[in-house]
Design a protein around this ligand. Sequence first.
Ligand SMILES: NC(=O)N[C@@H](O)C(=O)O
Length: 315
Amino acid sequence: MPTSMPCPSMRIPIELLTQASFFQFGTVIENPAHSQAPPSLQSPRPEAVSANQGTALKFLDVTHMTNLYGLAPSKKPARAVMNMFVCAPRDLRPHEPSESMPSSWGDIDFDEDDDGDGDRQLFDVKILERHPFTSQTFIPMGLSQTDRHTQYLVIVAPTLPASASQRRTGRAPPYPTPGVKKQKSIKDIFARARPSPFTNEATPPPSIFTKLHPSQRPKGPGLPDLKNLRAFVATGNQAVTYGAGTWHAPMAVIGDRPIDFVVVQFANDVRIEDCQEIEIIPDKNADEGMVVSVDTYPSGRVLVKAGSDPLKSKL
Ligand SMILES: NC(=O)N[C@@H](O)C(=O)O
């Protein structure tokens, strides 16, 4: 895998983090009673049961934890780990009008001033990383939903199809490769050449991965699809799980103070299997690279600018 990749100049608007908008990248964990998603972006509630002698409501299976280390070349088993990340607020640079093309939300005018009183700033996305064999859940602590001064951005990109050179590699690659078929034995090939005696069914069984939630399926070896990079703003009552192999920016806190996150994942301590990073460098014709446009209200709250139902009112 290269250690850097060139990118065009691109401005990315901020979306509200909801389960529906984040579907392909992972899961959003929140109490549905406090969700700020507009009705069009609300997902079905997770199943809930009464617990603790009726004093608690227990939502079941609120995220998908994935351990794909069985597919890792080292075959070194992983263990469940919890780390704590204390993430400092990021440096933003002042908004400047630019020639950058807008992201896939092509209709947004980033230079239009919304109310004039808030701040208009820019966050440069310089690095993306992925954990090919594990999901990773970030759980913020000590931050309330109504905290206007400190929030965090979740920046993710889909995975491009594998390049020809990645497909040609003879070695076991350090990422899951769902598209690569296992060499079949002659017996298997003949078994498929006639209908099954019980079902009269000749089609092969579906891959084990197709039964999984889209965010849980292995993403394959491809590089990040920068043209479809997305940026979401999360409130203090939301935790987020990146699906295994999802390209994402290191956590970006916006505001006044650091956020403490408890981070739950699997790891086998083989560096290249636990975490892969790529530097994003503006290509020679680009003046600025990948930039998230961070506009805030006078209260400090981050403004949501894109999505099927952008919230322009104060949250
Ligand atoms: N996401 C983030 O901030 N960092 C990590 O994923 C990490 O494992 O370093």
